[in-house]
Design a protein around this ligand. Structure first.
Ligand SMILES: *[C@@H]1O[C@H](CO)[C@@H](O)[C@H](O)[C@H]1NC(C)=O
Ligand SMILES: *[C@@H]1O[C@H](CO)[C@@H](O)[C@H](O)[C@H]1NC(C)=O
Length: 333
């Protein structure tokens, strides 16, 4: 019968699809939550799903929530599939980042993915940033829109950190590469860091510079983390011994950017970048030495926000350096 033929074709198609979908993840050394992480705060606002690989973090009137890796890592590849809360999310911040701030209070390092919520009908934005050796007076933020709605489904966000470069990826597309330059010195993160994931109330800055705050009428705000990857050298800061994950070396883990990926990255940045510290003349009279201006990028940012990126009139002598990336969310939504 035609219908049974159709059924077996559908079944075959589904099987093929399932193979393709899991194939891209099969090679990743995914670990269960309990194997690699521990709760940081938020009591029962952190929920581990039954499969042990998916974690829900929520924010309500009482608290946000978060988790942290058991180990500190010196270099590696760190990744998670993340689904963000939908609808009205202004003021909500979800951070997926590496830091050693609890060990090195004065000279900490940090590598950040920050997701900034928005009012209904406006898209989430992503911010990336790094600090090294406590360089919080120099924020190296970039912000972008995305080519999909990150609250519809899980998407993979990854950080590659080596001694010479840091690459941020979204669904395996590199969106930013930071190369270690001589002028950066220790401002390039170079000490072991833990991996963190948190959701919290960033009302004072996250959306339109604090104009739109978290509205707890829409709480709880729930984000889901899955496919957690910690692939690197775990370092014991007490005795400096390190334990590298070499058993899981696989093709799914990038070691750098290929030519075709570089083309994708440049295309992403031309289309989706909405802020870069390298072009922000209202914060930095002269760009950091590692900034290599690309005329197309600068021109596009200027068309968004001539005041910030134009390099025109400034309020002289009234310039305050910001102490944390968190404070620099601009007026562009
Ligand atoms: C790192 O930070 C410490 C503490 O602020 C400072 O004393 C030191 O000079 C910095 N080192 C470098 C190489 O920048
Ligand atoms: C040093 O670190 C290793 C690996 O983390 C650990 O197994 C060992 O017990 C540590 N030794 C001491 C003396 O702390």
């Amino acid at each position: 019968m035609a219908c049974s033929w159709l059924n077996s074709c559908l079944l075959l198609l589904c099987t093929l699809l399932a193979v393709v979908v899991s194939g891209s993840k099969r090679n990743l050394p995914i670990i269960a939550f309990d194997e690699g992480y521990t709760q940081l705060f938020g009591d029962d606002n952190l929920v581990i799903r039954r499969d042990g690989n998916t974690v829900h973090l929520s924010l309500d009137e009482r608290t946000g929530s978060g988790f942290v890796s058991h180990d500190l890592y010196l270099h590696g590849y760190f990744s998670a599939s993340i689904k963000l809360p939908a609808d009205y999310t202004a003021g909500v911040v979800i951070a997926f980042y590496m830091s050693n701030g609890d060990i090195f209070e004065k000279n900490h390092d940090e590598i950040d993915f920050e997701f900034l919520g928005n009012i209904r009908g406006k898209d989430w934005r992503i911010q990336t940033n790094i600090y090294g050796n406590g360089s919080t007076s120099v924020g190296r933020e970039e912000r972008y829109g995305l080519w999909f709605d990150p609250s519809n489904d899980f998407h993979q966000y990854s950080i590659l950190w080596t001694d010479s470069q840091i690459v941020f990826y979204v669904d395996n597309v590199p969106i930013r590469k930071i190369e270690r330059t001589v002028s950066m010195g220790l401002e390039f993160p170079s000490k072991p860091m833990s991996l963190y994931a948190t959701i919290w109330d960033g009302s004072d800055w996250a959306t339109n510079g604090g104009k739109y705050r978290v509205n707890y009428k829409y709480a709880p705000y729930v984000t889901e983390f899955s496919d957690l990857v910690l692939h690197g050298c775990a370092v014991d800061p007490m005795n400096q011994s390190s334990k590298c994950d070499t058993t899981h070396s696989s093709q799914a883990i990038p070691t750098g950017i290929t030519t075709s990926q570089r083309i994708k990255m440049e295309s992403f940045r031309r289309k989706h970048m909405t802020y870069s510290y390298c072009y922000d003349r209202s914060r930095y009279k002269t760009p950091s030495p590692e900034c290599v201006p690309i005329p197309q990028e600068g021109k596009r940012l200027k068309s968004f926000d001539p005041l910030t990126f134009g390099g025109g009139r400034r309020h002289r002598g009234k310039h305050h350096h910001q102490s944390h990336s968190s404070n620099v969310e601009g007026s562009s939504m």
